[in-house]
Write a protein that binds this ligand. Structure first.
Ligand code: SF4
Ligand code: SF4
Length: 472
């Protein structure tokens, strides 16, 4: 039975509720009045229920889809302005004992090079990332209690935070590791992680079990209930996501939104971020094997519907997506993107020769961070390297109430400009620097509060004089 507050995976992600939601959406997709009413209501930025979102997703009338996109853009503009937060993934180890059929790290793949970084190698990777200009990382590792125990992850986090190369610093480490115990989540919390990220892959239990035939990840309930345990352990910010294409996107989008509703109802705060990866080719993996793989148009619709349904949740896209696709969805709701990413273990220090491939997926967007920053500036966005919130203790419900009241913009805008300024001073090419300086001057004038604008202006001068790490 469906119970949003239940702690049992099969009750807060009820299969019957998803089927009945999809049935409702199918039956009402021709009801223009109802859909128009929903789109109009979405403008209040209060979000939509999974049922309402499913109906929007099912809508196939071009003029209504256009309206939907327009509202998604409005919401994006209201909460995130034209700021885009930058991050990079850091792969620590690709040893994995699971059997996920869509991932080249699966235990049975014998022709992938297995690697695990030593602390010295992590140091070198982090220096390379700092020298690119990154301040925010998403740490990734396969599940393998022998090779990648929690102690290894904790030690690595400590190493990452300790490195200060030139003016560089990693100020926020988000962690994407396998579902674990409350005790281990407590340890991650103590290590000072930002967001705990775990993708559900698919919410469809039967398919989930078929896609994860072996290893600890095959336990659907343990995996699906992981965010509850993480929050119980005191981790305020969690990041959800599904791998679109593993199952039908309709089912998984509804599951994803039900998960967000559950976290809000049972734990007091919804997910901090939602990621939207979709199945893509990699070693040992071809998209031809996945009949549910989605096209660009559907992908854009998914992004817009998520933006409308959960306006306060950050949305992340990776370099799996091409430049053209990223450009389109930035407009519809994405608030965070990676840049200059390497998806192999040790890939920032050394490009891998083909025969030693250890990458988790093929990167479509292969541009350097400077090229991505330059491109964003050209498109009219402000690339932001801000990590202020969690360092100021603005996490969980404290963060959400600031976002919901719209007050967070008073922090985001000046922080974006100050961290961009740091980037321009320390790492940018001449062309990027010129474009960035122009954007900073234009955007500075748009900070509404006089006092904030004054302080930001003063801090920008101090950054020019060599000082670093200002934040609101
Ligand atoms: Fe291992 Fe994660 Fe890949 Fe599954 S998706 S094989 S758990 S690294
Ligand atoms: Fe994110 Fe907070 Fe920085 Fe805004 S101020 S960009 S919400 S970390």
């Amino acid at each position: 039975m469906y119970d949003v507050k239940s702690k049992k995976a099969t009750e807060f992600i009820s299969h019957e509720e998803i089927l009945s939601t999809l049935d409702y959406a199918e039956k009402n997709k021709g009801n223009r009045e109802l859909i128009e009413d929903l789109i109009e209501r979405a403008r209040d930025c209060k979000g939509l229920s999974h049922r309402e979102a499913a109906l929007l997703l099912e809508c196939d009338q071009p003029d209504l889809i256009e309206k939907m996109y327009k509202v998604a853009k409005e919401i994006k503009e209201k909460f995130y302005g034209n700021r885009i937060v930058m991050f990079a993934p850091l792969y620590l180890s690709n040893y994995c004992i699971n059997g996920c059929v869509y991932c080249p790290y699966h235990a049975k793949n014998k022709h992938i090079a297995r690697k695990k970084l030593t602390q010295e190698e992590i140091r070198a990777e982090v220096i390379a990332l700092q020298d690119m200009g990154h301040k925010r990382l998403a740490l990734e590792t396969g599940e393998d209690p022998k090779n990648n125990p929690i102690e290894y992850v904790l030690e690595s986090i400590k190493t990452i935070y300790s490195i200060k190369h030139k003016n560089g610093a990693i100020r926020r480490v988000n962690v994407n590791i396998a579902a674990t115990t409350v005790e281990n989540y407590r340890k991650l919390k103590e290590a000072g992680i930002g967001t705990y990220i775990l993708f559900q892959e698919t919410y469809h239990k039967e398919n989930y079990e078929a896609l994860h035939p072996t290893g600890p990840k095959s336990d659907y309930a343990y995996h699906t209930e992981a965010m509850d345990r993480a929050m119980e352990a005191g981790i305020d910010d969690v990041g959800c996501g599904v791998l679109f294409g593993l199952n039908t996107y309709r089912y998984d989008l509804v599951g994803l939104l039900m998960h967000a509703e559950h976290l809000e109802a049972a734990m007091g705060v919804g997910p901090h971020t939602i990621s939207v990866p979709r199945i893509c080719p990699a070693d040992d993996i071809s998209t031809d094997d996945f009949e549910n793989a989605i096209d660009d148009e559907t992908f854009q619709k998914i992004v817009a519907v998520i933006r409308i349904a959960v306006p306060y949740t950050g949305m992340i896209i990776s370099t799996r997506e091409s430049k053209a696709c990223r450009e389109k969805v930035l407009d519809l709701g994405i608030s965070q993107i990676s840049g200059g990413s390497r998806t192999s273990v040790g890939g920032y220090v050394e490009e891998e020769p083909e025969e030693e491939n250890s990458a988790q997926f093929d990167v479509s967007d292969r541009r350097s961070l400077d090229q991505v920053v330059n491109w964003l500036l050209e498109l009219g966005y402000i690339p932001s390297f801000c990590t202020a919130c969690y360092r100021e203790g603005r996490t969980g419900d404290r963060f959400m109430s600031l976002v919901k009241s719209g007050q967070i913009a008073n922090c985001c805008q000046p922080n974006a400009l100050m961290t961009l300024k740091e980037y321009l001073e320390d790492y940018a090419s001449l062309d990027t620097r010129a474009k960035g300086e122009k954007v900073i001057q234009e955007e500075l004038a748009k900070i509404p509060r006089d006092k904030t604008r004054e302080i930001a202006t003063k801090n920008l001068k101090e950054i020019e004089a060599g000082k670093r790490d200002f934040r609101f």
